[in-house]
Design a protein around this ligand. Sequence first.
Ligand SMILES: [Zn+2]
Ligand SMILES: [Zn+2]
Length: 253
Amino acid sequence: MKIDYHIHTEFSCDSEAKMENYVKQALGRDIRMLCFTDHVDLNPDDYGYNYYSPEKYFEAFRKVKEAYGEQLMLCSGIEFGEPHLYADTLKRLTTYPYDFIIGSIHWIGNMFPCQKVREQYSAKEFYTLYWKEVLNTVKQGGFDALGHIDFPKRYYGEIYYVDAEIREIFKRLLDKEMIIEINTSSLRKGHTETMPGKDLLQLYADCGGRYVTIGSDAHVEQDVGEDYETAKSLAEMCGLRQVVYRERKRVIL
Ligand SMILES: [Zn+2]
Ligand SMILES: [Zn+2]
């Protein structure tokens, strides 16, 4: 049985996929738990700025749950960008009945790791700024799992970190009873490692991390559940257990 706890639908600006199509794909692939985690982006420079509508999302979610809820477990979620900068909006959104909230850093001020930025900032320079934002966001909290912790890797193709800084991030995260996800989308972009890869996962475990969620970060239904086994065996190798969330509560599988 597979699980996918990070997928995007038409309620994200960068996806046109219907919830129902994900469900149909999932049923054919032995996926028995899905969480629809659409983008909530409040950075004015983001293409998806203010795109998300919880009303429209839940209207569709209720319909698909009614139609397929007995065949697989369907959960509601969001991937909220830069939670520490928009804490009030995040708090407001949590009045909706979400099962799971991912907090992700995509932006550092008005910088996204696009080609132009990559020409200006070396990987080391960019990561240095990036980890500061990650630390700020885990200090603030308010979400369940930190998304794709080494996100710049998807664009730079490499990773840079200082051990002590990552330990501090994990400590703060775990103090707030939050966890990280294993995001497999980097594998579909030609990289050899999931986000995070084995070294950071091992560091997370060394810092006391015990749980992870696993998600494909699919934006089209054909990618649902992709590389699930890779992520699952990586988690097991590091002594981590996969969990899901229901009504914002961790469920150990
Ligand atoms: Zn993301
Ligand atoms: Zn995502």
